[in-house]
Design a protein around this ligand. Sequence first.
Ligand SMILES: [Zn+2]
Length: 108
Amino acid sequence: MTYSNGGHGLDAVDGDGYSTWDAAYVLGALSSTERREFETHLQTCDRCRSAVAELSGMPALLGLLSEGDVRGLDGDQPEPPPLRRNAGFPTCGSSSTRYSRSSTCSAT
Ligand SMILES: [Zn+2]
């Protein structure tokens, strides 16, 4: 992931291996171990901390969007095609026990 972070262009190569973790951290893509590691790093790294603060607005926006999308999908979702129940029906009729058929297939 490459993006410019203000005037700290050179900082990206000074050994900060966490410079690309901010987005993953904000999006919750880091494992619990990685998250703890990154949070420890945030305490000592102003650049990553500001990057996280900057990005932290994103999930909220995404959340709002996805919420609306879900609602839209719920309303517009086409009904699934009806199941062909007849396909499984013969198992009832083909039963050799004639008398039990009325009870086992009472639903029909
Ligand atoms: Zn950092």
